[in-house]
Design a protein. Sequence first.
Length: 460
Amino acid sequence: MRIKKIQDYSDRENELIRLFEQHQNDLPILAEQRQKAINQFAKTGIPNQSLENWRSTNLDSIVNELYQIDFQPKTDIDIASNFRCIIDGLDAYEIQLINGFVAEKKLTNLSNGLIFGSLLTASQEYPELVLPYFQNDIHALDGFSHLNSAFWSDGLFVYLPENVKLEKPIQLVNIYNPSNNSFVNIRNLIIAGKNSQLTLIHCDDSVNHQKTLSNVHTEVFSDDNSDITYFKLQNINNDTTLINRIFFDQQAYSNLTFNQVSLNGGILRNDIFTYLKGSFAKADLSGLYLMDKSQHIDNQVFLRHEATNCISNQRFKGILDDYAGAVFNGHVLVDKGAQKTEAMQNCRNILLTDKAKVEAKPFLEIYADDVKCGHGASVGQLDNESMFYLRSRGISIENARMLLMYAFAAEVVEKIGIEPLRERYSDMIKRRLSGELMICANCVLNCSHQDKKYEFEIKL
């Protein structure tokens, strides 16, 4: 099918449309849905700063790069020799996603009915499980959503049947290691049945410094009384732009715990949508971002209360250095029928220089009259009294700064219930705060591989 070229679009947008036309035979799975998506993209194009929720993130220079799309996985990548994600003491099912393709195409089927592995394979072997979630593309937002639906190469698929409580977490290691500037589209689908329990660890890592535009779309469907814990770690190079969309669909009495730590990345855009559709559902969302140089992170969090007696809590914290920038837009919508709602949101930020910038806008939209809702945001510097307290006890200014920064970040880290994962996150954050330039012997922060231990009572 020939798609009309749009005169007002950039060459890159029209090139993407032509690329789809040329490679339709390389995208045989869900061909009808892909065609609908590219038709929608032809109408909308790539979002820009004229749109309200994109006004603080400029992608012009990123979009106009020349990118390559791989329609088949590379077979000559020895990722084991280049990248290992080993967390001591963590017992998990590991899935590796390399440049948009699951490394092991064969699905894992456990005796309890759990199925997980490649979404591409699952769409062929279990179409009755996958296709219903692709019929209407209910979570399409803008041009990036349409591009993902048109070009997605692969991703993680998890099907957790009713009454199955998975003791071991599933760890998705998403690795970027392209040989050329690449446009990668990844689709993840997680389905949790009634009374089920699942922990997912999702890590984004990059091996080289090749420019990459990654467009990731993740959908998590939680049935009645299910319990989902989702840990997200972003630690990619400064040449990579990540457009990350996560959608949580919660039914009655379901419980969601979401924890996101962003350590590195050129431009990080996180759209987090949570829909509390059943009564007595709970959602706890927390995030930490540490940005420096000219890095930029944009967190857009939308949470909708659609049913009675639901509880939500948002807690996002950031530390910004140099010329880094951060955006937080938190929107809580309480429908008219969502009585007895409890919703809180908070965003706190520390700026280490006068060049770093933060835009924080928590927002409540309430149509019910029996609710408990609140929000807040703060932007400031390290506390002078706490700095004086530490300096008066002989601690250098550099170590005092790091201790205060880590104390600020620890609130998010301490919510991680898996001890080996919490220790790994803690070590990574400590190294990130020290810039990985300080010799361990001179650092006051106590990483797990060090024998020394410092303890200070700090009241912020």
